[in-house]
Write a protein that binds this ligand. Structure first.
Ligand code: TEU
Ligand code: CA
Length: 555
């Protein structure tokens, strides 16, 4: 395929907005849709092609919108349906599509469906959920724990049965085995698609096919059947992009989700490279066990798995993850250099980049000293669960400071003005105190800032065919601190080499392939020539181009 025949989402770069923390237009301390509209020029300057908009539907906001109470209404704190339609139009006028986050594995316990389901076992909505009898002693059907702490089973006295809630009692799972429920979901999805959105990010799509009696929750037996059903009902024949979130998908199962002939989705967010840095016994709230050779192996396996079919989603952060410069490199002295290195190495692989708000100015993790500084339902729920099982507050705070979802949810830092220019009032969540130094205004005033680097990278991606389609080849896969690879489309080659370490390293002999390399970009241009032959400075990254090697003469 040539550049012009690739679908728009293969050459575009995505930008995720967590609406509660992006920009507040009306001084209530909560980000909102008019606030997003006011910042569209910032995103157009960056050069992104679509926004992944985290949920803006009506919700009690116990999970900040990932608990939907009305799929057809905009949460009042975020604005109105008219505001939303204006966002779609204003974004489209800037060449930016809106991809909506859709949470249909579960809804909020405040949804009318669930209210009715809890009043009567006879109403049609009752069967939209999973119900099971108590055990003879009244205890839950099994000992499944909810992601956010406590039992996954919620007792409903009026019905005298338990309801299955994978995340927690306020997010009851929708029963996708019920065709009437699926029809309701598809009708709603088409209603949004008909409003001109550019597609969907499907929250925890891997859970919709679960078999709760077999306790097979992830990538359940009916998952692909339901995704194909959804594709037929909503996606086919539309020029949209769909990306599913799956914490279980691997390179071996990836094409089942996004292979061109599967009739399912275009891409899938995998978390293999994320969870590789988690302690398997503790999970997110354990220490950061990041190891670059493991990270490279995982990403290389994904590049190989989707080299000819399917398409990678490239990311290091989102609303559930810590800030990359803090998690992978240096958020202090070499913060800017680190941010540039991480972005280049991650986003020049084959696939579509997904930037998270604030990444483009190198925002960092916050530093949480007290439990009351956290806002996230998972952080607070797992604190209760883990300390009940013996974890100390200190251990938990250490883990939460490494990896809590809260790091990504501190308000966007627009300027050094009061409340970081995010709001004219105290924000719903404390700002990262470093906003006075790290903010959009200061960074964009610096021609060597992170924003300008991201803008140039996105422009390179959009204009350089070898970035979209070039074959990926990892170099020095076992090297402990160098992440180097080439891209090759038969005409041009690209070489990307980054140093994840805080100290300079000698260039291994087999790292740089033979070629007439011309430097395109570097976070340390003066060191680039030396890096290509001798020593690679700490947190350095370089991007070089060379003509493809002449094909060997035919015998
Ligand atoms: O996240 C999926 C999810 O379960 C993660 O939160 C992850 O399993 C957990 O954090 C592991 O520690 C999606 C959304 O991205 C997240 O924000 C929602 O809270 C969750 O689903 C429920 O909708
Ligand atoms: Ca607001």
């Amino acid at each position: 395929m040539t550049e012009q025949t690739l679908p728009w989402w293969k050459t575009a770069t995505g930008y995720q907005i967590y609406p509660r923390s992006f920009c507040d237009s009306n001084g209530d301390g909560i980000g909102d849709i008019p606030g997003i509209i006011s910042k569209l020029d910032h995103l157009a300057d960056l050069g992104i092609g679509f926004i992944w908009l985290s949920p803006v539907y009506a919700s009690p906001m116990r999970d900040n919108g990932y608990d939907i109470a009305d799929y057809y209404r905009i949460a009042p704190e975020f604005g109105t349906l008219e505001d939303f339609d204006r966002l779609v139009a204003e974004a489209r006028a800037r060449g930016i599509r809106i991809v909506m986050d859709l949470v249909v594995n579960h809804c909020s316990s405040d949804h009318d469906w669930f209210r009715r389901a809890c009043e009567s076992a006879e109403c049609p909505e009752h069967a939209y959920f999973y119900w099971r009898d108590a055990q003879p002693d009244g205890s839950p059907p099994d000992d499944q724990r909810a992601c956010f702490g406590g039992s996954a089973w919620h007792w409903v006295p009026a019905i005298r049965r338990y309801c299955y809630c994978h995340f927690g009692p306020q997010q009851p799972d929708l029963n996708w085995h019920n065709p009437a429920l699926r029809a309701e979901i598809y009708k709603m999805m088409n209603w949004w698609l008909d409003r001109g959105i550019g597609g969907f990010r499907m929250d925890v799509i891997e859970l919709v096919g679960k078999d709760i009696d077999a306790r097979h929750y992830y990538e359940g037996p009916d998952m692909h059947r339901f995704i194909q059903d959804m594709h037929r009902a909503c996606f086919a024949a539309r020029d949209i992009m769909t990306v599913g979130e799956s914490w279980s998908v691997t390179p071996d199962t990836a094409l089942l989700y996004c292979g061109r002939d599967r009739g399912e989705m275009d891409m899938v967010f995998s978390f293999n490279h994320i969870q590789a840095a988690w302690d398997p016994a503790i999970g997110r709230f354990g220490p950061n066990l990041f190891d670059l050779p493991t990270h490279k192996m995982i990403l290389s396996d994904w590049q190989a798995a989707l080299a000819e079919d399917g398409w990678n989603a490239l990311y290091l952060s989102n609303h559930d993850l810590p800030r990359p410069v803090s998690h992978y490199a240096d958020d202090g002295l070499h913060r800017v250099r680190s941010a540039k290195m991480l972005a280049a190495v991650t986003y020049l692989m084959k696939g579509t980049p997904f930037i998270y708000q604030g990444e483009e100015i190198g925002m960092t993790n916050a530093s949480f000293e007290r439990l009351d500084q956290f806002r996230d339902i998972e952080t607070l729920g797992q604190y209760a669960e883990m300390t009940a099982n013996g974890a100390t507050l200190e251990d938990f705070l250490a883990g939460a400071n490494a990896n809590a979802r809260d790091h990504a949810r501190t308000p966007m830092q627009w300027s050094a003005d009061a409340w970081a220019g995010f709001s004219t009032a105290q924000p719903w969540m404390a700002l990262n105190p470093n906003y006075s130094q790290i903010n959009v205004a200061a960074d964009r005033a610096d021609p060597d800032g992170v924003f300008e680097w991201y803008r140039a990278l996105i422009e390179l991606r959009a204009t350089c065919a070898v970035v979209s389609e070039g074959r990926f080849e990892m170099r020095v896969p076992d090297h402990p601190s160098l992440f180097a690879y080439t891209r090759d489309d038969g005409q041009t080659r690209l070489l990307v080499m980054g140093n994840y370490a805080g100290q300079a390293v000698d260039l291994p002999a087999d790292c740089v392939p033979q070629g007439d390399w011309t430097l395109l970009m570097s976070n340390m241009p003066d060191a680039a020539e030396d890096a290509l032959s001798d020593v690679v400075p700490e947190y350095f990254v370089g991007i070089w181009m060379a003509p493809a090697l002449a094909a060997p003469a035919q015998p």
